[in-house]
Design a protein around this ligand. Structure first.
Ligand code: V07
Length: 265
């Protein structure tokens, strides 16, 4: 009986969430959502579990949030999975993290393919272990003709580093005569970033109560709406994503057409 009651309540809650999802679809959806998935270690600590247990739980959330993003018709979901700073963590933790792309894709790649999701990666390949690159490369190749949600993993990514490399490549192209000083515009500069094929994010979400960018997409986030949530990433659920988009839509409504015209007051 208790179970039944619980089930009844849950299905009612599901209906309420479905309604909120349908309401979201009536208003402009953020086309590119980027997420800093923070709080995995803290989630584990609260439960007296090893940090890696938090990372593993966080990985499972990636699947759920991707499924909803796809259902909502979001075009790009960028997830900050591993930063250039993360190499400073204990070797055992880094080794574990580097196995997660393989585990994630081993379990979920068939579903992602069925859902028409296209996997991409943004980050430097040099330091990444072969097995990690192999798993991600396979997913990229096997989904490259899909035209649904782009699931873009930031893996060994750091924004200042990305900008410095862009400048170096521009200097290289100028020296080669492929580019002149007057060609260096904002639009052209963006082409030298690792996100060159993607539009800038419309919405950035950071979980776990930290109000910082931590070297994530500094150039690309110039006009992005920010949503900070206290929820730890392994607890971040469908309702939390829906709430973030609701807030985004309320803000865009207040702006009206002003923002796209570059007027910010
Ligand atoms: C990682 C789980 C999510 C929370 C943040 C830290 C731990 C999924 C991936 C992944 C990456 C590339 C890919 C497929 C899946 C992942 C790392 C860490 C390094 F093609 N989750 N996840 N990669 N965490």
């Amino acid at each position: 009986m208790i179970n039944k009651l619980k089930f009844w309540k849950t299905s009612k809650e599901n209906d309420a969430l479905e309604e909120r999802i349908n309401a979201l679809k009536e208003l402009p959806m953020p086309k590119h959502v980027a997420i800093i998935m923070d709080g995995n270690g803290r989630w584990a600590k609260k439960r007296a579990l090893p940090r890696v247990a938090g990372h593993h739980e966080g990985m499972k959330r990636v699947r759920r949030i991707t499924r909803l993003a796809s259902k909502l018709g979001i075009e790009v979901l960028t997830l900050y999975a591993f930063s250039t700073e993360n190499w400073k963590r204990p070797k055992s933790e880094v080794d574990y993290l580097m196995k997660l792309p393989g585990e994630f894709l081993g379990t979920f790649l068939p579903e992602l393919k069925e859902e028409n999701v296209r996997v991409q990666m943004m980050g430097y390949k040099d330091k990444l272990p072969k097995h990690t690159l192999g798993a991600v490369g396979k997913a990229i190749t096997e989904t490259e003709h899909n035209n649904g949600l782009i699931l873009n993993f930031a893996l060994n990514y750091g924004s200042r580093d990305e900008i410095v490399r862009a400048v170096k490549n521009i200097v290289h192209d100028v020296k080669k005569g492929k580019l002149t000083e007057k060609d260096i515009t904002e639009a052209n500069f963006s082409n030298y970033l690792m996100s060159h094929s993607l539009r800038d994010p419309d919405l950035l979400i950071r979980t776990s109560g930290e109000i910082r960018l931590s070297n994530f997409m500094l150039w690309q986030l110039a006009y992005t709406e920010f949503f900070f949530s206290d929820v730890l990433w392994p607890d971040f659920n469908e309702e939390n994503l829906v709430e973030a988009i609701e807030v985004y839509q309320q803000r865009s409504r207040r702006y009206g057409g002003l923002k796209s015209e570059g007027v910010e007051e």
